[in-house]
Design a protein around this ligand. Structure first.
Ligand code: DSN
Length: 411
């Protein structure tokens, strides 16, 4: 970063600070990951200069030869990786991919059915503070109080009663595998469009460690930066019959010029996900989450649904005199980064919460495995047992820093 250092020392210092934070802490936010140097490099290329509104071969600007090449690579790799008919790789984010998908099929005032945010859904699945809750009529389903799992009797009953035009499935804080096939059957029964938001699970599906939703969905959106391990961004994939409308909704309806440097990085990441080693990576993410779940539950930590099939666990703190906010801060003091999270039946505000979401994708990228998860799970339990014990947190913090040194992040 020779140029940045001399041109803008303040930004340079902040970037160095963030680099050392990422290296020196255990990153366990379930939606974060570390990209390869090649993906990072692609994001810093001259493609950021280029306007390329339109699609490959059909642009509104001249000089798009190389923009076309990278976008075609990204599209082809996405369809191959997921077995989709069509991919649009231009959405700047998962939220925008969802917005395009909604507008492809809905008018304001139409009904959607999605998962309750406090039960693990996402803001764009109908939360009143999001455009999706403001523009559409929303009926929500949740998980069973008794076992923390999606209750398909309730889903079916809700869908058949509300007769939505679209059912959105997928979640941000649901630790169990999602039965997209049953969701697809219910959508068909009701004559509704089935939109799958695969953001959290995309890498697991790509790596063959979660059932694929593609045979059961009309549209599948995703972010590219979570388990898929690409640059920050989104994608929308669909059946051939919906390709035109999805493309038109991404541009010109909700977006302008695509971020070609990010699309180049998406192409690189999708190429990496097609390599056989990505299957192993996805498998290790899930195995690491299982080990973590087992370790903390053996220490008396309650988990929503009692465990995990995916990349994350959801800790339920309601049996302790501890909020999600205080637990997050105590863990951060030891260098373990997680996020406070609502739990099903939550009574506290989203700024306080009664839970913690903890994920394994980033540490798995770093090369950590079952031994490290056992160690870290023990530290997490130690801190949750005595969050006010400064000496204990200081001593765990030292061990966290030593562990991070053993698994260098930026070589
Ligand atoms: N904010 C993301 C997450 O953390 O799950 C979802 O968009």
């Amino acid at each position: 970063m020779v140029h940045l250092e001399s041109a803008d020392p303040l930004v340079h210092r902040a970037v160095l600070g963030e680099t050392s934070r990422q290296h020196g802490q255990l990153e366990m936010i379930a939606s974060e990951n570390f990209v390869s140097p090649a993906v990072r490099e692609a994001m810093g290329t001259v493609l950021t200069h280029k306007y390329a509104e339109g699609l490959p071969g059909k642009r509104y600007y001249g000089g798009c030869e190389y923009a076309d090449q990278v976008e075609d690579l990204a599209r082809t790799r996405a369809t191959k990786l997921f077995g989709a008919d069509h991919a649009n790789v231009q959405p700047h984010s998962g939220a925008q991919a969802n917005m395009a998908a909604y507008f492809a099929f809905l008018d304001p005032g139409d009904t959607i059915v999605g998962m309750n945010l406090s039960h693990g859904g996402h803001l764009t699945h109908g939360s009143p503070v999001n455009f999706s809750g403001r523009l559409f009529r929303v009926a929500a389903y949740g998980v069973r109080e008794s076992d923390g799992r999606i209750d398909f009797d309730v889903v079916r009953e809700t869908v058949l009663r509300e007769r939505p035009r679209l059912i959105v499935t997928g979640a941000s804080a649901y630790p169990r595998a999602i039965d997209f096939e049953t969701f697809g059957e219910i959508a068909r029964e009701a004559g509704a469009i089935h939109l799958v938001d695969l953001a959290h699970l995309a890498g697991l599906v790509a790596g063959g460690h979660h059932p694929s939703p593609f045979a059961h969905a009309d549209v599948v959106t995703t972010t590219t930066h979570k388990t898929l391990r690409g640059p920050r961004g989104g994608m929308a994939m669909c059946r051939a019959e919906h390709a035109k409308i999805i493309d038109r909704m991404v541009f010109p309806f909700i977006q302008g010029g695509p971020l070609m440097h990010v699309i180049a990085a998406k192409a690189v990441a999708l190429g990496e996900a097609l390599a056989p080693s990505f299957r192993d990576y996805a498998g290790c993410i899930v195995e690491n989450a299982r080990v973590l779940a087992r370790t903390v539950t053996e220490r008396g930590v309650q988990l929503v649904s009692g465990g995990t099939d995916t990349h994350l666990i959801l800790v339920d703190l309601r049996d302790r005199d501890l909020t999600g906010k205080d637990a997050e801060q105590a863990l951060e003091r030891a260098g373990i980064t997680v996020n406070k999270n609502t739990v099903p039946g939550e009574t506290r505000s989203p700024f306080v919460t009664s839970g913690l979401r903890i994920g394994t994708p980033a540490l798995t990228t770093r090369g950590m495995g079952a031994d490290e998860m056992t160690l870290i799970g023990g530290w997490i339990a130690d801190i949750l047992d005595r969050p006010g014990d400064a000496q204990r947190i200081e001593s765990i913090g030292r061990r966290v820093r030593e562990l991070c040194e053993t698994f260098p992040l930026f070589r």
